[in-house]
Design a protein around this ligand. Structure first.
Ligand SMILES: [Zn+2]
Length: 317
């Protein structure tokens, strides 16, 4: 490896340590901090959660041409807030490099900023992550939440605040999954795996699909989950240009293996919907290994596995 390349691959030592699980308060104060430190980033809201929380979206870059932007989405599931940490780390490293005029993983960040847009939703399921970390507290939906959860311990909570599993709420195999759902004994809102009354019934999912339908610039979607060290490529029955080569590349960069989701995981997810409805490449990456929620102490290692992919995808599409 050349000296130049070595320098590019070195991790930014100035990144702010993330030491706590990432609930809504932590997420918003971190983004507030970024917006003050880096005036060139754009922070908007892609929508609003069931409990009325704004779902933030960060946009890095000013290049905005057809199918040349990427979208990264974290934390569909309450126990998977470590994926929010990965994306926050990425935003900070990108911004530091952009300011300093540096390259990262052989990608010149000032040039990337000029030529491409990266949209990042660090935490789609803001209510679910907050519930998993802090419990129902004095929420206006407290009684219903405790009843759906079957108790006060929310440590296994994955759904949104209506008890809907967001990654089963997309219009991609929704009704096939419904048939399976009843065999699992799932009749309504609960901690995990309930798909909702109809596709896109949940505001978090409806906001995201609406953004994607009207964003012709987005050429690829990467959605981060935990855990398993695997990559899924969406609905394989449809043809999506460049999917195979991109999947192989992401697998090589992360060291995660390409796999096909099995059982209940095979229906109604974001990557299935993006490939089926929009015919654009979309990958689900199961980051890290262990039992959810992965400890925040795993964050640096997992980010180390993911960062080259996050920096490279925008120039690969
Ligand atoms: Zn997940």
């Amino acid at each position: 490896m050349t000296e130049q390349k070595k320098k590019c691959c070195q991790r930014d030592k100035q990144l702010t340590p993330i030491t706590d699980p990432i609930d809504y308060k932590y997420l918003m104060s971190t983004l507030q901090d970024y917006s003050e430190r880096y005036p060139f980033i754009e922070i908007t809201y892609v929508g609003t959660s069931v409990l009325g929380r704004g779902i933030p979206m960060v946009t890095l870059g000013s290049g905005n041409s057809k199918r040349k932007s990427v979208l990264y989405v974290g934390c569909h599931h309450g126990m998977e807030w470590i994926t929010t940490g990965i994306l926050l780390r990425f935003i900070e490293e990108y911004c530091n490099a952009c300011e300093a005029g540096r390259c990262v993983c052989n990608v010149s960040i000032p040039r990337l900023y000029q030529r491409r847009c990266i949209h990042i939703i660090p935490q789609l399921n803001v209510d679910g992550a907050d519930l998993q970390i802090n419990g129902a507290g004095d929420s206006i939906m407290r009684e219903r939440l405790v009843s759906m959860n079957g108790g006060e311990d929310f440590s296994r909570w994955q759904a949104n605040a209506r008890g809907v599993d967001l990654n089963h709420n997309y219009d991609a195999g929704f009704y096939e999954y419904k048939a399976l759902e009843s065999t699992l004994g799932i009749e309504g809102g609960c901690a995990s795996k309930y798909s909702g009354v109809s596709p896109e019934s949940e505001p978090e999912v409806a906001s995201l699909t609406s953004f994607l339908r009207y964003s012709d610039d987005v050429g690829m979607v990467l959605t981060l989950h935990s855990q398993g060290e695997e990559i899924y490529c969406g609905d394989k029955s449809v043809y999506v240009p460049r999917r195979r080569s991109l999947a192989m590349l992401i697998s090589r960069l992360t060291g995660y293996r390409l796999a096909s989701p099995e059982g209940t995981a095979a229906y109604g997810g974001l990557s299935d919907w993006v490939t089926r409805e929009l015919r654009r490449p979309s990958f689900t990456v199961e980051c890290g290994k262990g039992e959810n929620p992965l400890p925040i102490s795993d964050l640096d290692d997992i980010y180390g596995r993911m960062r080259e992919t996050l920096f490279s995808c925008p120039i690969l599409i």
